[in-house]
Design a protein. Structure first.
Length: 269
């Protein structure tokens, strides 16, 4: 069974050119990154978290030099006069964020071999995806703010205060993994142009969540021993960011592809 799934995954990945689609998605992710961060930080302005908390959240998955690049450029964007920025580019910010969501919608439907949805549905689903992603990030950010004091209180009562740090690190990783998995599950359920149940989508969501975290951590380790500036000069950091986006997009597509393969095999049996 597993061997048949792997064989079909390899064949369909090559046949439907998922690598090419992932590269296209990576480009849209790059365009949508900073507009999405601007929207996120505008919301976080009303909550007890800030820019540094966002950077710490994504730090385990992003190579250090890429994180520094994101932080520096985000600071440049936020230092622009906010009134002028909001008055001129609010619609552009929303549109660029939606472009990233549209790329995901088209790519996932392509992986399922479904036709693209109508424009109105794409816009609706795009807003839902952006809202889901923002909500997931905010929940991940607020969990340490409110969860750590509660956890410390509970561990103190149980007499396990000395082991709090070890358990808390494991709990934070578990919450992060769960949030990523839920976001992917929602994505695979609402994005396809045909109805999908959670039973049809959880294998791909689990595969993509594990695959993305593994690929991100592996890429982060790889970057500790490689310097893209040797080949690409000043563009090295951008190239590294694009590769990370490519890996992210590829895992999303492979998760959808796995769901499609398993559905086909179920129908054939």
């Amino acid at each position: 069974m597993a061997k048949a799934i792997v064989k079909r995954m390899i064949q369909s990945t090559w046949e439907y050119r998922l690598f090419d689609i992932a590269a296209q998605m990576a480009y849209y992710f790059l365009l949508a990154l900073f507009p999405l961060l601007i929207v996120l930080l505008s919301i976080l302005h009303f909550l007890p978290v800030g820019v540094q908390d966002v950077l710490e959240l994504i730090h385990p998955y992003v190579p250090n030099h890429l994180l520094s690049f994101i932080a520096a450029n985000l600071s440049d964007v936020l230092n622009v006069n906010r009134a002028e920025t909001l008055s001129i580019s609010t619609l552009v910010t929303i549109w660029m964020t939606l472009m990233g969501a549209f790329a995901v919608i088209r790519a996932v439907n392509s992986a399922y071999r479904f036709p693209d949805p109508s424009l109105s549905r794409m816009i609706l689903v795009g807003f839902v995806l952006v809202f889901t992603l923002l909500t997931a990030v905010i929940v991940s950010l607020l969990f340490p703010v409110f969860g750590e004091p509660i956890g410390r209180f509970v561990f103190t009562i149980l007499g396990l205060e000395e082991t709090m740090h070890i358990f808390w690190s494991f709990i934070r990783w578990g919450i992060s993994f769960l949030v990523v998995g839920v976001v992917l599950l929602i994505l695979y359920m609402i994005v396809p142009s045909q109805h999908m149940s959670w039973r049809d989508t959880w294998p791909g969501a689990l595969f993509a969540a594990v695959g993305w975290q593994t690929a991100s951590l592996g890429f982060s380790y790889f970057n500790q021993w490689n310097d893209y500036t040797i080949i690409y000069g000043g563009l090295g950091t951008i190239i590294g960011l694009m590769i990370w986006f490519f890996l992210t997009a590829l895992m999303i597509l492979l998760g959808a592809q796995l769901n499609a393969v398993m559905m086909d095999m179920h129908r054939e049996s």
